[in-house]
Design a protein around this ligand. Structure first.
Ligand code: CA
Length: 285
């Protein structure tokens, strides 16, 4: 069973929990949330487990190693001592805008080595609008700052009804979620698309089902149909769609196919402003 959830707030993935050390006086403190990332990289590369541990609160809980928790700064320090003893090297990554709510801040970076970097987009059907950012908008990890910002979105040209595009993850992976975001003040806000997936193994598999080829006849599985339009009333706003399954996995796939449809054809402005599409790999327990 697939679950489609509409949310009204943005999330950033993967989240990095931000804390500020208040007990250490002989080390540089993180004065801004973004400092955490830089200090973590600097201290890890220096093999400084104490310094890394100082970035955590005394009673912090670290969701690591995978499938378990490390509780408290002392335990976190011991964990990092073990990890850093193997001499890993961390590359600094550019910070994305920090999300702040009260005294909680959520920072994230644009990863340099994740599936997003290996993934490749391909247009199969339709024509992209030259005022948009094309596929760059979908995987740059950045969301628009305003409700009508063509240059921060991916969208098909006016007067057409959507199109079809494919994401190649580069390898088969177990997928936990496919999340898509859009934002526009009216009819280009909601999302309407069919989501197909394939591991590429079917002998009939067609990696580029163009035109009117039904993907389900070409080695693809229809995962779900997304439609966030309200039945009545005006369209518009921020839309966040999370496609996930109750058992935690959508399956193991290499390819995802998005078959988008215009939200309306009363005028030329029905092609959704897609701001980002994130594929979340399932981390085995
Ligand atoms: Ca984006």
């Amino acid at each position: 069973m697939l679950v489609i959830r509409r949310t009204i707030c943005w999330t950033s993935d993967p989240p990095a929990r931000i804390v500020e050390d208040v007990t250490q006086t002989n080390q540089e403190k993180a004065m801004r949330p973004e400092d955490i990332t830089r200090l973590f990289v600097e201290r890890s590369n220096a093999g400084d487990a104490d310094g890394v541990a100082a970035l955590y609160e005394e009673d912090a809980v670290l969701a690591y190693p995978p499938g378990s928790e490390t509780v408290g700064r002392a335990a976190i320090r011991d964990l990092w001592a073990k990890v850093l003893a193997q001499g890993p090297h961390f590359e600094p990554e550019d910070s994305l805008p920090t999300l702040v709510s009260g005294d909680i801040a959520l920072t994230s970076t644009a990863p340099k080595d994740d599936a997003g970097a290996r993934a490749k987009w391909l247009l199969l059907v339709g024509e992209l609008d030259a005022n948009g950012a094309g596929f760059n908008a979908l995987s740059d990890g950045v969301l628009p700052a305003r409700q009508d910002q063509p240059a921060a979105n991916f969208f098909f040209i006016a007067g057409t009804s959507g199109g079809r595009f494919r994401l190649d993850l580069g390898q088969v992976m177990e997928i936990a979620q496919v999340n898509s975001y859009s934002w526009h003040p009216n009819s280009r806000g909601p999302q309407v698309y069919l989501l197909y997936a394939s591991d590429g193994a079917d002998p009939k598999f067609n990696a580029e089902p163009k035109g009117y080829v039904d993907p389900t006849t070409a080695g693809w599985k229809l995962l779900t149909i997304v439609d966030t339009r309200e039945k009545y009333g005006r369209m518009g706003g921020q839309y966040g769609v999370s496609v996930a399954a109750a058992n935690g996995t959508l399956g193991k796939y290499r390819y995802l196919l998005f078959d988008t449809v215009a939200t309306e054809t009363d005028d030329d402005w029905g092609n959704t402003f897609y701001s980002e599409i994130d594929v979340i790999e399932r981390v085995p327990k």
